[in-house]
Design a protein around this ligand. Structure first.
Ligand SMILES: C[S@@+](CC[C@H](N)C(=O)[O-])C[C@H]1O[C@@H](n2cnc3c(N)ncnc32)[C@H](O)[C@@H]1O
Length: 359
């Protein structure tokens, strides 16, 4: 299913976007390109997991554990819950502003969506680009192979009548994408637009998010911009309900991270009956943190090491920050980029982020 990407493939995609063609032909040629540096063997993820459990700071497990195929299913369940306001807030903003957002996109851009998920928001934007007759190549990037194949194939079917937009997939992580972008032989002279929706930028620690922005956007060999969404909701009641939905979808999603951890460690290190769930909003940092919480004192056995855990101890699973526009401005400044245009809603905000100074 996955192929290797080359300059010739990118050029061929761009030609297809420029040239009106029969939709069926586009559908047949839809591809997923494998850009993973470690292939099927996520050595770094296992290493990161062990380091997070054995280090001296608060214990944590990598948030990437949440996004295996089972995790994608759990997240899809969350998206259908009315309590989970971020998805509706973003979709509404896209519905209202898709034409002006599309107007800001340069024709012949390669659009790469980071963590594309089910691509539902993307369809609104690609439809607006098609209406404006802007030829673009859209590449959905995600780390979950089966879910990515499903999303790209659904998107390709829904856009099969489009004359100016072609859709393919990239299998890999944000890190793999940053490495790919550094390749001058692939992207020389190209306009790139990243999409980063679902407030996913705030799942990364602040410094890591700034570093990734810099590595994705600041290049001499190509011109890159990013369209990014953040959840600006400051209503504590709404946030608390949304991130601990009474029917349990968030808990199931987070709990699956421990199942993934056991699989990666090849041993039942975490007995699921011994762990509870907690969500905690920090009004100072505006970070909403989700944790696994130990129900009793225990010892975890990892790679020959004994790791003591006390009752009530928390293991960090993921953060989703509720950044204001000013937060994004501060982050951008530390990454050497600035906010260009922005579209503000009552809960979701969309903005373009561009290199500063423009390269
Ligand atoms: C919060 S969901 C957002 C999905 C979609 N963009 C949306 O707005 O509904 C995050 C998505 O990013 C993917 N993801 C998370 N971390 C990733 C990483 N480091 N590299 C690539 N994809 C990642 C997950 O698999 C998941 O599909």
């Amino acid at each position: 299913m996955a192929s290797i990407i080359s300059r010739a493939t990118l050029d061929a995609m761009s030609k297809t976007a420029e040239r009106p063609s029969n939709g069926d032909t586009r559908l047949e040629t839809t591809q997923i390109y494998d850009i993973r540096q470690h292939g099927d063997n996520p050595i770094d993820l296992r290493k990161e997991l062990v380091t997070g459990l054995t280090g001296s700071r608060e214990k944590n497990v990598p948030s990437l554990l949440l996004w295996d195929e089972q995790g994608q299913q759990h997240f899809e369940d969350i998206l259908h819950c009315p309590e989970y306001y971020p998805v509706g807030a973003e979709l509404k903003l896209f519905d209202q502003h898709s034409d002006s957002i599309a107007a800001s996109v340069k024709p012949n851009s390669i659009i790469i969506e980071l963590g594309a998920g089910n691509c539902k928001k993307t369809l609104t934007m690609l439809s607006a680009l098609e209406r404006k007759r802007k030829p673009v190549v859209y590449l959905a990037l995600d780390v979950a192979a089966d879910a990515l194949a499903q999303s790209v194939s659904t998107l390709a079917r829904l856009t099969s009548g489009f004359q100016h937009v072609v859709c393919h997939g990239l299998l890999g992580t944000y890190e793999d994408c940053a490495t790919l972008l550094s390749r001058e032989d692939l992207f020389h002279g190209q306009d790139i637009l990243f999409l980063w929706f679902g407030t996913s930028i705030t799942n990364l620690p602040w410094d890591a998010a700034a570093d990734l922005l810099r590595r994705l956007l600041c290049h001499k060999h190509c011109s890159a911009e990013m369209l990014v969404t953040v959840d600006g909701c400051q209503d504590l009641e709404m946030i608390n309900l949304s991130y601990d939905i009474p029917t349990g979808q968030i808990r199931s999603f987070v709990r699956n991270g421990l199942v993934h951890a056991n699989r990666l460690l090849d041993s039942e290190v975490f007995n699921l009956d011994d762990w509870d769930f907690e969500r905690c909003f920090d009004p100072q940092t505006r970070n909403l943190n989700l944790y696994h919480v130990a129900k009793k004192d225990m010892t975890l056995h990892v790679d020959g090491q004994d790791i003591p855990v006390v009752k009530g101890e928390r293991v960090h699973a993921i953060t989703s920050a509720k950044w204001t526009v000013e937060d994004v401005e501060r982050l951008s400044a530390s990454a050497g980029v600035v906010i260009g245009e922005k579209w503000i809603g009552p809960r979701a905000n969309i903005g373009t982020v561009i290199p500063n100074p423009p390269l």
